[in-house]
Design a protein around this ligand. Structure first.
Ligand SMILES: Cc1cc2nc3c(=O)[nH]c(=O)nc-3n(C[C@H](O)[C@H](O)[C@H](O)COP(=O)(O)O)c2cc1C
Length: 403
């Protein structure tokens, strides 16, 4: 059992490698996709993105998933989001994929269409729909689309309802973007089917009021997502893994439920999705509307546990996982197969390496040698000084020898 004692070297669940199709991750820690709003209006990855993902890969993560990357310009959340809608996007992303791999992690990328929740400003400007003030700053709003002409909230724009032809055209965009992600060398494609974006909005009765083959009963509401998955599976080599991030529930009366997710995930797995990446909420633009979801430690573990038990598939869980023993316990309890970290990785990009040291008592052996060799010796030296009763403040506190 995981507790505050270390587990015997080689027995940690978190540090047991994971093979999925042609992909072998050195451990079960996945860096959750995190938009950086740093792509510029052309959606191209730059040096900043290299540094962003590189530090996580050097930090020892098994898998690093690049941020939500839009399949078409109007599918971006905000002007700074990355894109995969043209061949121009491939080369800069290929540098990121190559860097992630060269540092020992499996490289992944998330693909998104933000649907009716597109055209917003970054979180530090409010994370709300773009308006006149944003236009003055050079970031004008654009027209958004969705399954139905239903806005995400009172202050949100009315989406244009997609026709059947629009739906078919967008399936092709997903497949083309996935092919580019494969060309860029990514080993995992994570589909953003959560947080109220286009795929999720087809599933949720709160956003999908259609009466055709893509609306109404759950079989119809799942249709678009399944068509996207089928098209992507057909477009990419077999060895590339597909992860599907879904909102396991809306947490709102009349919305998508955990039971719906069980049905949906069984279909995803049957279609060649390899990992269910379990998130939740976001169905509307009101961040406080999902009152049934409590954001405590490991807040998606109760949902990922159900999805794992009911579908038999591999499942990732995310949400306030901050401690190595907590992560180990999540896996040991059968709540997930993969532990994803977001903000904790921003706080400490070396979290996976530290977790390994904490869990197994290993001494920097898994770090890249350029750092690990030095850190091992640093540890010996610090212990020696500690044994001699010396502290970093000895020289200044009047208690040491002042050398
Ligand atoms: C800066 C930032 C950007 C994010 N961008 C994305 C994203 O692009 N795609 C996504 O699915 N989730 C995104 N998220 C959500 C995270 O992936 C993660 O699910 C969430 O932060 C909860 O995990 P945590 O408690 O470990 O941070 C973002 C979160 C943060 C903090």
């Amino acid at each position: 059992m995981a507790n505050s004692e270390s587990v015997a070297p080689g027995t940690s669940a978190l540090f047991t490698p994971l093979r999925i199709r042609g992909v072998e991750a050195r451990n079960r820690v996945m860096i959750s996709p995190m938009q950086q709003y740093a792509g510029g209006s052309d959606g191209l990855a730059g040096d900043y993105h290299l540094a962003h993902v590189g530090r996580f890969a050097l930090g020892g993560a098994g898998m690093v998933i690049m941020e939500a990357t839009a399949i078409e310009p109007i599918g971006r959340n905000s002007w700074g989001d990355l894109g995969l809608w043209s061949d121009m996007h491939v080369e800069p992303l290929a540098r990121c994929a190559a860097l992630i791999k060269s540092c020992g992690s499996v490289s992944g990328i998330q693909m998104v269409h933000a649907g009716r929740k597109a055209s917003i400003n970054p979180p530090w400007l409010g994370g709300m729909p773009l308006g006149a003030a944003d236009a003055e700053r050079g970031s004008p709003p654009w027209a958004v689309i969705g399954p139905s002409a239903v806005a995400a909230g009172p202050e949100w724009p009315l989406p244009m309802e997609m026709s059947a032809a629009d739906i078919q055209a967008s399936v092709v965009l997903w497949a083309n973007a996935a092919r580019r992600a494969a060309d860029a060398g990514f080993q995992i494609i994570d589909l953003h089917g959560a947080h109220g974006y286009l795929l999720h909005s087809f599933l949720s009765p709160l956003a999908n009021h259609r009466t055709d083959l893509y609306g109404g009963p759950i079989e119809n509401r799942m249709r678009y997502c399944y068509e996207v998955v089928d098209a992507i599976r057909a477009a990419i080599p077999d060895e590339i893994a597909i992860f599907y991030r879904l909102s396991a529930l809306d947490g709102i009366e009349g919305g998508w439920t955990l039971d719906d997710s069980v049905v949906f995930c069984r279909g995803l797995l049957a279609r060649g999705v390899d990992v269910i990446d379990c998130s939740s909420g976001g169905a509307t633009g009101d961040r406080k509307s999902d009152t049934r979801i409590r954001r405590g430690y490991a807040f998606h573990a109760p949902y990922s546990r159900v999805l794992r038990a009911e579908t038999g598939g591999l499942v990732a869980t995310v949400g306030l996982i901050v401690d190595p023993f907590q992560a180990e316990a999540i896996l040991e309890a059968g709540d997930a197969d993969i532990v994803a970290i977001g903000r904790e990785a921003l706080f400490n990009p070396n979290w996976p390496h530290h977790a390994r040291n904490a869990l197994s008592g290993e001494n920097f052996s898994a770090w890249n040698k350029e750092a690990g060799w030095w850190l091992k010796r640093r540890g010996f030296l610090l212990r020696e000084l500690e044994n001699q009763g010396e502290t970093p403040m000895s020289r200044y506190s009047g208690q040491g020898d002042g050398q």
